[in-house]
Design a binder for this molecule. Structure first.
Ligand code: GLA
Length: 698
């Protein structure tokens, strides 16, 4: 009826345990969740027995589950040789223990395929899985699919996913996870607006602060598949990996295929904690430095580049406290609108007769650094590059090639293409003092394979980063179309969305912060009337929304009234004073019973300081919403103050709660966390900021 279970590895810390075991030489995760400490585990407790109506042997969800081993769900590995699908039977060979990771070797000796699965428990709390498939035969092998199988267990019954559209990305969607299979699939060639590569499964009704949550992310900027399976073997499993097309990857001269990392964050204290572990993981990619306040020229001038106007803009920018001036689209050869120029990466001398130097020296003389926009992987048919090299374009030689924003996509798998782009971008980075590159990608790829395209992109970006280590890169794809932990190896900022509508941004950033730290999310204060939605918002609301991100401004500052300029300078000053707390502290989305109220903020690691925004999204059902409970240390006492980034927009009232009128007051952590502050009535689409700090005894 079956063999015995052996435990072959256990990664654990205070928050999570991952137990690896074998049954009949099939490697599987026996437990992924609550921490078990150092306890000696009885392997027999992981045996589920054999039930009627099925196979005569116990079936486990292998970490690379295979049909030959009784698995009837999505196979973990599908390969073919000579066009024939191989019936693989990968057997556990050995495990190597490294300081924070385990490396498991599996092999099918008959078919000469070896698989190495590495599981690393990172100090942030996340577990990172990666898989290498090696072809040991001289005959080539085609890799059709590789998915890591993560058994979540029977307790999870809800799934939270993120998706949407251009200018309204990362909207949260919850579904019940019953006896269903749910697939999150992306075939757009970039991470996409429609479906982000992350899923959170959790226990019934999990909230920001309660419930068990498993977050799974594929760290990859191309096509991917995540399948949540509640049917096969009635054991809930999540299968995650790159989505490959037939014959997209063939192992011949290069015998190895490496999957993107699958990053898993488990929390027994709700979604926020799972997010914080993801945040700490991403923050560990580089040493933290203050993130300069950005002014981006796009919504200020669009394609109307004029040296004097841009210099004046820079002068006002410096006056309000901006630290980085980013020249967006429109500066290069032939780029007067979005129908031409992409590919011709040299400065347009009809608009910039003396190059970019006059602008850059003005910007740097004002104490700001300078950033420049590129869209390297794209080409307009109306460009010198396309006229010269049509064969460099994916589908470009076809008469029926589909255009997106009047552009085609360069084939990044070609070395010549990468060399051309490197040479052009490198020359600009060498000629000018450029500290920041906004790297855009404004159209999806269609119907194509994207494995080599994505690796080509990574190769170009990494070689530029290597050649210019101090230059910071922003990943943008018409806003939030390329947000993932794959590109985060080189990009320190994401442009979260082309919509800077503060109300929509609250939702977009709420979704994105489930796995990306706020300090990586480009978050701009836009014009009083949002360009993408036409909605009007007060500066206090726009500022409170943008504060919990990497702050920027995207507004024609030449049109500001004196009062607006003063207010904006005040907001930027407040941000600068608090940015190390906002960017390094623990970001918290706070539960509140009224869904029209949004509370989010940051607490320092020692729980002494915090900043929170409280926003009313729309009119709520009651004038007296539940109190504001803040997640502070119940054993401490705090001073609390209300911060006005512009005038507060209180709803009709005769008297506000007393605390609102006090400049600063002292309250115990127990009261703040357990009872909370009476919620003042706010108008819809408005916010206020609360600051908490330690009580200094005199
Ligand atoms: C995309 C970006 C914008 C801007 C334009 C320029 O839409 O998301 O921020 O850079 O391209 O064409």
């Amino acid at each position: 009826m079956g063999g015995e279970i052996d435990i072959v590895g256990h990664l654990h810390n205070d928050n999570v345990s991952v137990v690896f075991a074998t049954l009949n030489d099939v490697l599987f995760i026996a437990h992924l969740g609550r921490p078990l400490g150092d306890e000696e585990l009885d392997p027999s407790l992981f045996s589920r027995g054999v039930v009627g109506g099925g196979l005569d042997t116990e079936v486990v969800a292998g970490i690379v589950p295979l049909p030959s081993q009784g698995w009837m769900g999505l196979p973990g590995l599908e390969v073919s040789r000579w066009g024939e699908r191989l019936q693989l039977n990968l057997q556990y060979v050995t495990v190597k223990e490294l300081s924070d990771s385990l490396k498991f070797i599996l092999a099918d000796h008959l078919e000469a395929i070896t698989v190495t699965v590495t599981a690393r428990l990172h100090h942030s709390g996340v577990v990172v899985f990666s898989t290498q498939v090696s072809n040991e035969d001289t005959e080539a092998v085609s890799i059709n699919s590789v998915h890591t199988c993560l058994p979540i267990g029977g307790h999870a019954n809800e799934i939270l996913t993120l998706g949407g559209r251009h200018a309204m990305e990362a909207v949260q969607q919850r579904t019940t996870w019953g006896r269903t299979k749910q697939i999150l699939e992306n075939r757009s060639g970039r991470t996409s607006h429609e479906q982000l590569g992350v899923v959170f499964a959790g226990t019934p009704g999990f909230t920001e602060q309660t419930g068990e949550v498993w977050g799974v992310h594929v760290a990859w900027s191309g096509n991917f598949r995540i399948m949540c399976d509640g049917i096969s073997e009635t054991l809930k499993t999540i299968h995650a990996g790159e989505l490959l097309l037939p014959n997209e990857v063939i192992l011949d001269d290069d015998p190895d295929f490496n999957t993107p990392d699958v990053v898993v964050s488990y929390s027994s204290q709700g979604l926020t904690k799972a997010s914080q572990q993801f945040h700490h993981y991403l923050r560990s990619f580089r040493t933290s430095s203050p993130k300069p306040v950005v002014l981006n020229t796009w919504e200020a001038v669009y394609f109307n580049h004029d040296l004097d106007t841009l210099k004046n803009l820079a002068t006002v920018a410096a006056r309000v406290g901006i630290e980085r001036f980013v020249l967006d689209d429109g500066w290069f050869h032939g780029r007067r609108n979005d129908t031409a120029g992409l590919g011709d990466w040299w400065v347009d001398d009809s608009v910039w007769p003396n190059g970019l130097e006059p602008l850059i020296s003005h910007v740097t003389s004002l104490g700001m650094d300078f950033g420049l926009w590129f869209e390297p992987e794209m080409v307009n048919p109306n460009s010198d590059l396309y006229r010269l090299r049509p064969e460099w374009v994916l589908d470009g030689m076809r008469d029926d090639a589909l255009l997106g924003r009047h552009q085609l996509v360069l084939d990044m798998s070609q070395e010549d293409v990468r060399e051309y782009l490197f040479e052009k971008i490198d020359a600009l980075l060498r000629t000018y003092k450029i500290s920041f590159v906004k790297w855009d990608h404004n159209r999806p790829l269609v119907a194509g394979a994207t494995h080599h395209q994505t690796h080509g992109f990574y190769e170009l970006l990494s070689s530029l980063k290597f050649a210019h280590p101090s230059v910071q890169f922003e990943s943008c794809a018409s806003g939030g179309g390329r947000i993932d932990m794959g590109v985060a190896q080189w990009a320190e900022r994401f442009w979260a969305s082309d919509s800077i509508d503060a109300l929509d941004r609250l939702e977009i950033q709420k979704g994105l912060t489930t796995f990306i730290p706020p300090d990586m999310l480009g978050s701009h204060i836009g014009s009083p009337t949002c360009h993408t939605t036409g909605r009007k918002h007060a500066l206090s609301f726009r500022a409170a929304t943008a504060l919990f991100g990497w702050l920027g401004v995207e507004w024609n500052l030449l049109n500001l009234t004196e009062r607006e300029e003063q207010q904006l300078a005040h907001v930027i000053d407040f941000y600068k004073q608090h940015r190390s707390l906002i960017h390094r502290g623990d970001f918290i989305r706070v539960d509140h019973s009224d869904s029209t109220i949004d509370i989010r903020g940051v607490m320092s690691a020692n729980q002494e300081h915090g900043v929170f925004s409280v926003s009313r999204l729309r009119s709520g059902p009651s004038n007296h919403s539940a109190p504001l409970r803040l997640p502070v240390n119940v054993a401490s006492a705090y001073t609390v103050s209300l911060v006005h980034l512009g005038s507060p927009r209180w709803a009709l009232h005769r008297q506000l709660p007393d605390w609102v009128n006090q400049k600063e007051f002292t309250v115990s952590g127990a009261v703040l966390a357990n009872i909370g502050l009476p919620m003042p009535a706010l108008l819809p689409e408005s916010s206020f900021i609360l600051e908490v700090g330690p009580v200094i005894s005199s």
